[in-house]
Design a protein around this ligand. Structure first.
Ligand code: BJW
Ligand code: ZN
Length: 268
């Protein structure tokens, strides 16, 4: 077994289960918990897609270093200058269209398959709008911040998928001719009620919550770890860096998602 490159930032206690604990204790403990759990929830952020070559938002190479969120990712920005916002999304579409799911996305597909094969529950909550989890084959997915490949009418609310790269600027609704917008949750906008309900149900009923590649700075997703923990879940963080959630979680592994997530599937 190839040991992935990672360090243990935080580790609280170990499971009472004993299968395979001698091989790689820190990560092995989490593997064992996953093998026994009857329900798992996973929360992902842009760090999981960073290994596919898609930029994250914060950090040294993050999008918000080059672009101003308030000029591009708010309803006010779109009202002010829809053309500019669509130009930015056309660039984002071009970047994302050229990228593929990586080993971390694929490992989550396999994890879901294993849970389902023993009639256990698996639910993936993602903040990512790139659609790579579904492209990889994940099935129980809630995209809480929307999806870049969907557009929505600003007047009648009709939404459709649209994979054009580039998309025509400004796109208009076939039903009412009003301008279309990206089906993405911008700052200051409420998340869809159904997405929140699905997320809270998964968070409050899971035995293990995996938090992968998110800075944990954006609400309401930033509150998901404490919600799951308060409901009794064992919370594990997988991230390249520490985050404000690191002190709260039961264990935190520092490394790349593409190395750490597949390592959760191994024996031992
Ligand atoms: C790796 C890695 C590798 C790198 N392997 N790891 C207090 C309470 C409640 C709300 C607020 C509050 N204060 C402010 C708010 C409002 C706001 C908010 O949270 N702001 C914060 C900045 C403070 N929240 C909202 O506005 C939300 N709505 C809301 O609260 O509504 C309330 C409401 C109710 C009723 C009526 C009206 C309103 C909406 C938030 C929407 C966020 N949308 C975006 C979209 C951007 C546009 C687009 O994508 O096209 O979603 S912002 C951006 O941040 C994007 C992401 O999904 C989100 C999270 O970012 P993420 O994924 O965590 O990325 P990074 O870059 O931050 O972190 C990457 C991580 O990966 C790092 O930790 C790296 O270390 C790691 N990493 N490489 C593993 N290879
Ligand atoms: Zn319309």
């Amino acid at each position: 077994m190839r040991r992935p490159e990672y360090s243990v930032v935080r580790m609280e206690g170990t499971t009472a289960y004993t299968d395979g604990m001698d091989v790689d204790p820190p990560l092995g403990d989490l593997r064992v918990r996953l093998r026994h759990a009857r329900a798992v929830a996973v929360l992902t952020g842009s760090g999981i897609s960073a290994d596919s070559g898609i930029p994250t938002f914060r950090g040294a190479d993050g999008l918000w270093k080059t672009f101003r969120a308030e000029e591009l990712a708010t309803p006010e920005a779109f009202a002010r200058n829809p053309q500019l916002v669509w130009e930015w999304y056309n660039w984002r579409r071009e970047v994302i269209a050229s990228k593929q799911p990586n080993a971390a996305h694929e490992a989550l597909v396999e994890l879901e398959r294993r849970f389902e094969s023993r009639a256990a529950r698996f639910h993936l909550i993602t903040q990512n709008v790139d659609g790579l989890h579904r492209a990889a084959g994940s099935r129980h997915v809630t995209e809480i911040h929307g999806n870049i490949w969907w557009v929505r009418c600003t007047l009648c609310g009709e939404f459709t998928d649209n994979r054009d790269v580039p998309i025509q600027i400004l796109p208009s609704c076939t039903e009412c001719q009003a301008v279309l917008r990206p089906h993405i949750v911008w700052f200051g906008e409420a998340l869809a009620e159904q997405d929140l309900q699905e997320s809270y149900k998964a968070l409050e009923s899971c035995e293990v919550l995996l938090i992968i590649g998110t800075s944990g700075l954006v609400y309401p997703a930033a509150s998901f770890a404490p919600i799951a923990k308060a409901a009794g879940a064992y919370v594990a963080e997988l991230n390249l860096e520490t985050t404000p959630s690191t002190d709260l979680v039961n264990c935190s592994f520092q490394g790349r998602a593409k190395d750490l997530v597949p390592a959760l599937l191994e024996q031992g």
